[in-house]
Write a protein that binds this ligand. Sequence first.
Ligand code: HEC
Ligand code: HEC
Ligand code: HEC
Length: 455
Amino acid sequence: MKKNIDVKRLGQAFRRVRAASFCVAAALSVPLAAQAATPPTQSDAALIAHGEYLARAGDCIACHTAQSGKPFAGGLKFDTPIGAIYSTNITPDRNTGIGSWTFAQFDRAVRAGVRPNGDTLYPAMPYPSYARLSDDDMHALYAYFTQGVAPVNQTNRAVDIVWPLSMRWPLGIWRYLFAPDPAAFNSKHYADPMVARGAYLVQGLGHCGACHTPRAVTMQERALSDLDGAEFLAGGAAIDGWVPSSLRANPRTGIGSWSEADIVQFLKTGRTQHSAAFGGMTDVVQHSMQHMNDADLTAIARYLKTLPSTDPKETPYVYDDTAARALRTGDASAPGAAVYRDNCTACHRSDGRGYTRVFPALGGNPVVQGKDATSLIHVLLTGNTLEGTKTAPSSFTMPAFGWRLNDQEVADVTNFVRTSWGNTGSTVSAADVAKVRKTVTVHAPEMPPGAALSH
Ligand code: HEC
Ligand code: HEC
Ligand code: HEC
């Protein structure tokens, strides 16, 4: 898994504020309540187990494990326009990991984004979300990472960013300007304790906003909670060519028509009658959400259902059978209809309803109607696999079409699914498809020896 963060823009923003160098001093002396906290008693198995559960809720493993690397030993690459950075070794190895870190040092890194030597972390580490974790949860995480994880001797990779852009002091200014001071979550805003628990998990460990909330040019999330405004979880920019959709109550482009049970099922299994997980959400389901207990998943769903729609004019989805009737009567004259009939109906069916929890429905699916069609073009070009989970072990694969459909055909079929069966997505052009094609790897399927591919 690779992620992109726009550090170039960040750099531009820093240059603007460079004159205010007093900020640096101020940033580095941000008071940290956490420093006074005491470490947990050793050998508390229950505390370690609780810490493991929380580490799952925080999805630490997804970012801190390299492809085919040892768990939590770091080394996963995060591409930025000015070079790459790598996640770090957070196993308790004393020389290369965090084995010699005190609780206060660990706490300061996770909740405030500051290393023991005073360096600020890149916000690829979602410390602006973790800032609201409770002291108790921090103690449990510390117990797990110092006593429950196997130490791995693996030296951290230095950033591949050339000096002077590699200097970390601008990150300190960014932190001062945009990251909240670590302050435990305040549940008094939420009358229902279940909603409060969900808010704590979504805004904190789950760091759902890191992907699902739009970012400003200076890269901070435009809202870190629902209290900051309607942009919270209103849908983020594409990451690695996959668009995190809106988690608000918008009836077509958000999850307004999903029930609490639908959301729980999606988080647990990556599939509902509405859609199937892909992109970064696959990791979230695999490593994090499928391991949460039902009470926590219900709390998350209940909280998400409290977030109002951002667009009062967005009408509820209503199924329309025009496209299905045309396909069934042999009329494939609409642009993209023939491509759809020849390549897609076997799985998604002519009525666009798919096969529940096997092949996702395309009619009424929020990701199919979202403003940004990048994910759709991406999934058509490269295909993707819906991975099995503990409670839904079967896995299903969408084949790649990029090797045999040209940009115009992909655009046509994208538009066909975005506007059929009652869908109301905007349309895309062949040029849009060409742009996405440049950023993804399109593999042709493996052929048996002697066989040849034809278009
Ligand atoms: C979205 C990706 C992501 C997630 C999720 C994540 N981290 Fe990180 N973390 C990073 C990156 C990248 C760095 C290194 C940043 C840098 O070099 O400035 C980092 C740095 C750290 C550091 C500082 C280590 C050092 O040697 O400086 C600690 C401690 C840490 N993470 C702990 C955690 C814990 C605990 C969790 C789960 C609760 C977690 N991280 C989840 C990406 C992530
Ligand atoms: C062999 C069965 C199969 C065929 C053929 C197929 N798909 Fe899919 N499609 C899937 C599966 C499985 C997924 C879920 C993939 C995932 O979640 O990673 C999917 C996902 C999608 C999605 C994303 C929706 C979501 O919620 O995940 C779109 C859009 C889509 N397919 C469109 C098409 C179009 C258009 C065609 C024809 C060009 C097509 N598919 C052909 C099986 C198929
Ligand atoms: C690493 C990025 C990332 C993070 C973190 C993330 N998501 Fe997602 N999420 C996505 C992407 C991309 C999609 C769109 C593809 C899909 O439907 O799976 C998505 C889709 C979803 C959907 C389905 C919406 C739809 O219309 O199909 C739900 C529900 C969801 N996410 C909930 C969450 C929750 C709750 C969290 C936090 C616990 C979270 N996500 C964290 C990337 C992320």
